[in-house]
Design a protein. Sequence first.
Length: 81
Amino acid sequence: MAPGHAGVVMEWTKPLSVAMVVLVGLLVVGSAIELLRTTFGAGDAVAASVVTMGLVAIALLAAIVVGARSRRWLQNPDHYW
């Protein structure tokens, strides 16, 4: 392939990549809406669902904080504490 053709291939794939990102984004948003609607909508287990999702969110945030501290400590263990 000639050196000038590489740019043509990249230009053709850019709109396709953007379309795929938009499609996946719409799928994620639609899935999240459906998850929230069915989990917290109506039923006998709404309170339990809210508590469970809250605990998962707290655990996730705690893991992020611990991971961030560990990463900073590993980069500079002598001066972190």
